[in-house]
Design a protein around this ligand. Structure first.
Ligand SMILES: Cc1cc2nc3c(=O)[nH]c(=O)nc-3n(C[C@H](O)[C@H](O)[C@H](O)COP(=O)(O)OP(=O)(O)OC[C@H]3O[C@@H](n4cnc5c(N)ncnc54)[C@H](O)[C@@H]3O)c2cc1C
Length: 532
């Protein structure tokens, strides 16, 4: 009965007033909806397509994103997806003449990690290869449940066609594509998760910093049983040298679902269906292969970062803010982590417990991360010819390991701006993700920071902090819990809702409540009243 009611409600009219409007129902917009509903914040998500994209597109879910999915209870479902189960043992990039031929080379990249890499020193979880067409439905379903709980809505077939903003909020004009009907929605804030061609970004007049162009590709999604020629090889990607074009084959399920990336001359290039079949057969090395073409999507591989991530009440996130080559699989992960950074800040400001400066930290924190990450993706992309034997012998010394790029990015703090983009180790330094310490119940310190409140982790006696934290939480109107973690590096750490260390101290100060209140007030841009 409840399910039927929910279904009926989901078909109901879009709320005309909400807290956050999300433009775009791709991986990043859907993630924003999931994270906002976890914060209890009403939202309306608008997606102009009638449904989700059925193209597999990105698939590398890195361990940091897996931590975020774990916090919202989605890790088991993601790992149970067909591609995730099938690809859990796949590793490495190989070069073959075609799939029927022998492996000519294995591309060695010391900086590269995958599902077989041991991340247990850094994280309670690991990589997962789950294709986007399987991940997005899981996020959508979770976002719809969340919308029911917080009074939000996801609307497909609904395009944001224009908007204005003023001191009070954002007013958007929405067109419902099936009926051509338009209506207005008023929100306090707008998240532009409208993809690489973001019209919201253009409307704001925000340009992009160009960090490198790799090329234009056509992704062919196809069904063909390649088990006989694949044998027991389990790779992440195979470059083919004899397919008649520069191609890479990517397994979706190591059996009959595949992708073929074809490098083409430019954005206008079209591949007719018979040419797609020809290329697939050549890449497979099976001239009479029975092939069904399921999708053909052009795609640009480039490195670009928007010159601003925020304009008034509008926040750019995901591909709208940055695009990068797939090498390293940082693209969609960086987008998901953008909106995770943003969701708690919006929630705290909307609840009136934080000031506007907290929202200003979104751009200050995420744009440098995007710049450094895009640079790493471009460097990895440029390193591929070397690995294929076509370039110099030396690995680019500026390439940082996947672990550093995934976990080592550091946000500016009250102590200053980071001197280097990535830290090699997580030691509890302010601005870095909380160190992972395994806990007796099998969870991790990372799991203690669940997204909604602040956490004070201490290796010492927690008694000295508990009364102070309780008093400060009540005065600041924010959740603040204290957890005793023997073996925690870095002293006592105050961790933000998004799992980043905001402050640390080696010993309990003389006035712990006063000190905590000041620190929290600074982070939240909202003075915390002193105890009377
Ligand atoms: C063909 C293709 C292949 C790719 N392959 C890889 C890969 O192999 N590896 C990798 O790492 N990355 C890959 N990517 C990139 C990866 O898919 C993106 O980084 C990721 O999808 C970004 O998510 P997003 O939500 O920011 O943007 P998108 O997924 O582009 O979603 C944006 C959404 O916004 C909607 N929208 C736009 N304007 C409006 C509007 N005005 N109103 C309402 N809705 C709107 C669009 O319909 C779209 O659904 C690929 C991308 C493409 C297109």
């Amino acid at each position: 009965m409840l399910e039927v009611l929910r279904h009926l409600q989901r078909g109901a009219a879009v709320p005309t007033h909400t807290s956050v409007l999300i433009a775009g129902g791709g991986l990043v917009g859907l993630s924003a909806a999931v994270f906002l509903s976890r914060q209890g914040i009403p939202f309306v998500l608008l997606e102009r397509r009638e449904g989700l994209s059925r193209h597999p597109r990105a698939r590398g879910v890195n361990p940091r994103t897996m931590e975020l999915l774990r916090a919202v209870g989605l890790e088991p479902a993601v790992r149970a997806a067909e591609s995730a189960r099938a690809l859990s043992g796949n590793t490495g990039i190989v070069v073959v003449p075609n799939l029927a031929g022998p492996v000519l080379a294995r591309l060695e990249q010391d900086y590269h990690t995958d599902g077989t890499t041991d991340f247990s020193a850094l994280s309670p979880t690991t990589w997962c290869l789950c294709h986007q067409d399987e991940l997005e439905p899981l996020l959508r379903s979770r976002a719809e449940d969340g919308a029911d709980d917080v009074g939000g809505a996801l609307r497909f077939g609904s395009e944001l066609v224009s908007y204005t903003q003023d001191d009070d909020g954002v007013t958007a004009t929405v067109q419902h594509l099936a009926s051509d009907r338009t209506e207005q929605i008023h929100a306090k804030y707008l998240i532009a998760a409208d993809g690489a061609g973001s019209r919201i970004r253009s409307h704001l007049g925000i340009g992009s910093e160009d960090l490198g162009q790799v090329g234009h590709f056509i992704n062919i999604q196809f069904t063909a049983d390649l088990r006989a020629v694949l044998g027991d090889r389990r790779f992440i990607m195979a470059y083919t040298t004899k397919a008649g074009a520069r191609c890479a084959l990517l397994p979706v399920n190591n059996a009959d679902r595949w992708l073929l990336h074809v490098l083409v001359d430019g954005p206008g290039t079209r591949l007719p269906a018979d040419r797609c079949v020809e290329l697939v057969r050549a890449a497979a090395g099976v001239p009479d292969l029975d092939v069904r073409i399921d999708g053909v999507v052009p795609w640009e591989s480039a490195g670009r970062v928007a010159q601003a991530f925020t304009a008034g009440r509008v926040f750019l996130a995901g591909d709208a803010a940055h695009v990068m080559p797939p090498s390293g699989a940082f693209g969609s992960n960086t987008g998901v982590q953008d909106v995770h950074n943003l969701a708690w800040k919006l929630a705290f400001v909307l609840r009136g417990v934080a000031g506007p400066e907290l929202l200003a930290t979104y751009e200050r924190e995420r744009r440098p991360v995007a710049l450094a990450t895009v640079e790493q993706a471009v460097r990895r992309s440029n390193d591929r010819p070397r690995m294929g034997g076509q370039g110099g012998a030396e690995v680019d010394p500026e390439i940082r390991s996947d672990q550093e790029v995934t976990f080592g990015y550091r946000y500016p703090t009250a102590e200053g701006v980071p001197d280097a983009p990535f830290d090699r180790e997580l030691t509890g330094r302010p601005g870095t993700r909380v160190p992972h310490v395994p806990l007796p119940d099998g969870s991790s310190t990372v799991d203690l920071c669940d997204g909604t409140g602040f956490t004070l982790l201490t290796a010492g006696d927690p008694a000295g902090w508990e009364t102070a934290a309780h008093a400060v939480a009540a005065r600041a109107h924010v959740p603040l819990s204290v957890r005793h973690v023997p073996g925690l590096p870095g002293g006592t750490l105050l961790v933000r809702p998004d799992g980043f260390v905001a402050w640390r101290t080696a010993q309990v100060p003389a006035d712990p409540a006063g000190e905590l209140g000041q620190v929290l007030g600074r982070i939240l841009d909202a003075p915390v009243a002193a105890a009377r």
